[in-house]
Design a protein around this ligand. Sequence first.
Ligand SMILES: [Zn+2]
Length: 598
Amino acid sequence: MANPVLPSSGVLSPLGLDAVRLSPGFWGDRVALNREVTIAHCQEWEEREGWIGNFRGERPRRGREFSDSEIYKLLEAMAWADHPGLPELAETVAQAQEGDGYINTRWSGSRYTDFEWGHELYCYGHLIQAGVARLRMHGEDRLTQVAVRAADHVCRRFMEGTETCGHPVIEMALVELYRVTGTERYLEMARRFVERRGLPALAEVHFGRGYFQDDVPVRQAQVFRGHAVRALYLASGVVDVAVETGDEELLKAVEAQWERTVARRTHLTGGMGSRHIDESFGDDYELPPDRAYNETCASIASIMLAHRLLLATGDVRYADLAERTLYNMLATGVALDGRSFFYANPLQVRVPAVPLEGVNHAAEGGLRSPWFDVSCCPNNIARTLASLPAYMATTAADGLQIHHFTPSEMRYGDLAVRVETGYPWDGTVTVRVLEDGDGRIKLRVPAWASDATLAHGGTVRAVTPGYAVADGPWRAGDELRLELAMSPRWTFPNSKIDALRGCAAVERGPLVYCAESVADEPPLADLAVRVEPPVEHEADGVVQLEVGASLGDSDGDGWPYSASQNGRVDASDARLRLIPYHRWGNRGPATMRVWLPI
Ligand SMILES: [Zn+2]
């Protein structure tokens, strides 16, 4: 079974890359572009930056202390994509492994001298994940040998003691290696890393121990906090440990943390992590649109976590958040040409960014960049898109559950189906049965789909958010048709989110929309919209929307406060065009906003 996550128990099991094939469509196109363009793009940049040369012993060593992890993420992407460049790159990596399994191009010679910032175990985590991908897609080879030797080294060095890494990821990597090899010490090592955290295990840093989730033990935490990628990778590993050790209390702790985080610390796009300074979650309801950091990697980590919680519990809310994050964060993170990327994903950009050549030190969003000096996001996008088919559907004893709708073919036991749809532009999802078979087919009805029907066997019935269910037996040619009403809808923020008060946003289906202004288009600075049904337009297969608005461009009278409640002047009657948020920033330097003042 070719899956990035394959728990040995849980309510649902994932359907792997060997059972799901994506066809041309929203995600199929992106997965193909990733395989054909993005993977090679990442390799070219890693070679150019010298990060691959580090493994050949080229000196001086180049890149940040964790740059090895980028090559490992790329290897994972190559493994899932069955990319022909993998063996050669794996051979280059193998040259740097030492006799006892240690491998790190930055710290060789001064091993394990900085657990807070050294990222050695973090790098192993990504190496092991690449090794797991290769084992599942191909079987043993040079890359899997390197990964297993590294994991064995980690177990020998760290099984006893109190040490752990400032940046989690090794936890979920070791559990997955246990799942694929059956070697129990990997699970035990992961469990110990989880339990050590918060005792505390790391030194105080100026961001505080909460930065790396070392402020309280995992089971006592109330909410995700600190550095968002760290927090969400850790939580993913905790779910994995809880599932494999049957630790219900631990699983419940993460579910409660997720629930509170989604209720209070998550942007409309699914983005997580408000603060730039330490890339952290902010306080509850600290969700500013313009200063939202929302690292692309944090959204990928959130998808990884939601997928694990879905498998463990079968609760459809996790798939709903994964969908929101897939369409509004993952799809936003990479340009339509597959060669440039967002690191930060704000919901408002006030000043058009200056086009950047090469490495973007700012990583502040505004324009996608072909590379970054910390280039976690491009490689993370590459490995996620390469394994994306494994996130689409699950199975249980009674049959197949389709969670994400994109043109595809799926096969599970007795069931073989083809999904035909223009989703997310169109709300019709047709599931065609390809062979005679039996079993229950469930189609996720997203939380936003207040008006939905399922047509099956000559009858049409209303279905509500959760699952639409249809039972076999099936004959080849049978058809299920789910109709999700795709009307645009206005969304209003909880009044506790101070930064959004007085604003509204427009969503349609799973997509969040935004206003974008390039070059000589009207500016968005002095804007007010009328909350009335948006008008739809289709252009080049993309549904755009239009709302009534006042567009001005006024600086007021020299003082941005006034005695009257509405300080705006110079209003005009205009129509404001809205585009899907994931498509913004593809037309050149632009200003943008998701939340529109009413
Ligand atoms: Zn990143």
